[in-house]
Design a binder for this molecule. Structure first.
Ligand SMILES: N[C@@H](CCC(=O)N[C@@H](CS)C(=O)NCC(=O)O)C(=O)O
Length: 245
């Protein structure tokens, strides 16, 4: 398994990311293993990562940032003794925004993966939704984390009525998500391509998808209807990170 996105490249030079491995779900059911509760979960993110920014957007939109606290890592990978990846600063004033890990005193994100699974051999990616009670990773897949934030913490949310994945729009959201994922969210396929062929293929798909979104948004305010949905958050957070990353 790949230890970093830099290794997730096929023989033909195309970027081919491996799927996230922690896929448990926090539930509003108080008897569930991962039951929703204020203060129990902590989110680790990188501001430079568009997947993480989805989760942060949900914390704000749903009014959950007092229920799930978050810590962000330093914005650029660093080398530790045994890997290259996301690290925490040693002190609060080392890097604007980034903070030392307040929960486990970890030096890098990789340490969370090592605590959660002795067998983990994949890349230590962010976001990480950490359970302080069971001391494990609940989920490291942003598309799953935002679904939990949408429905499972409503008892504690300031905006419980906001539903970004409403039943009547789910088919349309899923369809747009697929187009946006393949064409735009996965802009990494351009960035990490190691040969001209896969780069050309990815960049063509990217601009076709951008044109489709542009066309839709020139006719209606949001991607699926006139109300904001998960599809808009997923597109927006990739776009605002597009130039920087
Ligand atoms: N499918 C994951 C992707 C997360 C991901 O790829 N995160 C990148 C940062 S943008 C990462 O942490 N990569 C670590 C590495 O390549 O070593 C999600 O949506 O949560």
């Amino acid at each position: 398994m790949a230890r970093s996105a830099h290794n997730e490249v096929t023989d033909s030079g195309a970027f081919d990311p491996s799927p996230s491995t922690f896929r448990s779900f926090v539930s509003r059911d108080s008897s569930a293993r991962f039951a929703a509760a204020p203060g129990r979960y902590h989110l680790y993110v990188s501001y430079s990562c568009p997947w993480d920014c989805r989760c942060l957007a949900y914390l704000k939109l749903k009014g959950l940032d007092h229920v799930i606290r978050f810590t962000w890592v330093k914005p650029v990978f660093e080398r530790t003794n045994d890997h290259m990846g996301w690290v925490f600063p040693a002190a609060g004033d080392e890097e604007p925004g980034a903070e030392p890990d307040p929960i486990n005193g970890a030096k890098s994100i990789r340490e969370f993966y090592e605590i959660a699974s002795t067998k983990y051999a994949g890349k230590p990616s962010v976001p990480v939704l950490w359970d302080k009670q069971l001391k494990t990773i609940v989920n490291n897949e942003s598309s799953g984390i935002i679904r939990m934030l949408n429905t499972e913490f409503n008892e504690f949310a300031e905006n419980p009525g906001l539903d970004l994945y409403p039943a009547h729009l789910q088919a349309s959201i899923d369809e747009i998500n697929e187009l946006v994922y393949e064409g735009i969210n996965i802009v990494y396929k351009c960035g990490f391509a190691k040969q001209q062929g896969p780069y050309d293929e990815a960049v063509t798909k990217l601009y076709e998808a951008l044109d489709k979104c542009e066309d839709t948004l020139s006719r209606q305010r949001f991607l699926c209807s006139n109300q904001i949905t998960e599809a808009d958050v997923r597109l927006f957070t990739t776009l605002i990170r597009f130039d920087e990353v």
